[in-house]
Each structure stands twice: as structure tokens, then as C-alpha cells.
Design a protein around this ligand. Structure first.
Ligand code: FES
Ligand code: FES
Length: 189
């Protein structure tokens, strides 16, 4: 057995694993992250998708020992302080969840996409989730949910950029502080 530390959703877990244990099995069976589904265990369905250092991977093809010391995120790590992640909200609003079996993996593929490409085209979305099989929705609601997430984020950024710095809580240095930085004030004194 190997003694390793797995960092899952920001928490370190000391654990003993066999060299042949897959990350999916260890997450589900030893650590209780049952949102990671073990559908095909063959890299074909995407239901076991998690993020490893921000990249979407199928955890049934990854040895747990190889994930030691790296950052693993499951769909459980998306919600913060009891508030759903916007992707989770949009999946719910757009009826992108039916039986829900594919949803945890689908959410992680969507997150990996939007983290690197905040405004993807429909084709890019379909490509990003092409490794995640869904037997229920026909995919359109899932694509709609990911597009809606991208739109909401764009809107939030636009609103933030229009908000005066004071209202965003940004500290505006007072005049004395500006002058003590060695910069001249705007009236030239
Ligand atoms: S269980 Fe990993 S891809 Fe199907
Ligand atoms: S919602 Fe049932 S498999 Fe996708």
C-alpha cells in the first residue's frame, strides 16, 4: 500500500491506496465523494469527470497515487458557503438535469471550459462536453445552460466595470497618500 495525501475540494486527506487503485474508486469508495460516478470505468462515458489542477480528466483512468499533491475538484466543490455555483443554477433553470447521473461530470467539463474560454461558441461547448454521455436530455438543455452561464458572467463583469470604485469597496487613496507615493497631484502642486 502507498500512503498519499489527496487534496479534494481544498481539503487534504491522508489515505492508503493500492498502486492499482483508480482515482475514481478512491474518491467514491474511500473518501465518500459519491458524486463522482463510476459509469463505464473505461474512459468512455465521462461520468467520473473531475478537475485535476483545473483540467477536466476522467478519474477512472487516473491512478490515485498519480493525483497525490495535486488539486482535485469534484462537483461538490462548486457551491461555496451554501450558495450554488452559477453553472448549477443554470443547469437547474434550463432543465439540463433529468436523471442526474451525468450531471456531476458534465458540470466539471463545463467549468473547465468556461475557466479557459469564458465566451465559447455552441460548437466549442459541444466539443468540450463531447466526452460526457447523457442518455436523457438530448444535450440541447445542457448547451443552453452553459451558454446562459457565460452570458450571466459577461453581464456581471459589465455591471462591475460600470460600478464606481467606491461602491465596489476599492480603497481610493487620499490626496496625502498619493503625494507621499512620490506622484504629483493633478493640480500641479
Ligand atoms: S466511468 Fe470514467 S469515463 Fe466512464
Ligand atoms: S440527465 Fe440522465 S444521463 Fe444525463
Amino acid at each position: 500500500m502507498l500512503n498519499i495525501v489527496l487534496n479534494v475540494n481544498g481539503t487534504n486527506y491522508d489515505i492508503s491506496v493500492a498502486p492499482s487503485d483508480t482515482l475514481a474508486r478512491v474518491l467514491r469508495e474511500k473518501l465518500g465523494f459519491t458524486e463522482v460516478k463510476n459509469g463505464c470505468e473505461n474512459g468512455e462515458c465521462g461520468s467520473c469527470t473531475v478537475l485535476l489542477d483545473g483540467k477536466a480528466i476522467v478519474s477512472c483512468l487516473m491512478l490515485a497515487a498519480k493525483a497525490a499533491g495535486r488539486e482535485i475538484m469534484t462537483s461538490r466543490g462548486l457551491a461555496k458557503a451554501g450558495k450554488l455555483h452559477v453553472l448549477q443554477e443554470k443547469f437547474t433553470e434550463q432543465d439540463a438535469i433529468q436523471c442526474g447521473y451525468c450531471t456531476p461530470g458534465m458540470l466539471m467539463s463545463a467549468k473547465a471550459l468556461l475557466d479557459t474560454n469564458p465566451h465559447p461558441t455552441e460548437e466549442e461547448i459541444r466539443m468540450a462536453i463531447s466526452g460526457n454521455l447523457c442518455r436523457c436530455t438530448g444535450y440541447q438543455q445542457i448547451v443552453d445552460a452553459i451558454e446562459a452561464t457565460a452570458r450571466q458572467r459577461l453581464l456581471a463583469c459589465a455591471l462591475l466595470s460600470q460600478t464606481p470604485a467606491q461602491d465596489r469597496g476599492t480603497k481610493i487613496p487620499d490626496r496625502g497618500a498619493r503625494e507621499s507615493d512620490g506622484r504629483r497631484s493633478s493640480n500641479g502642486d
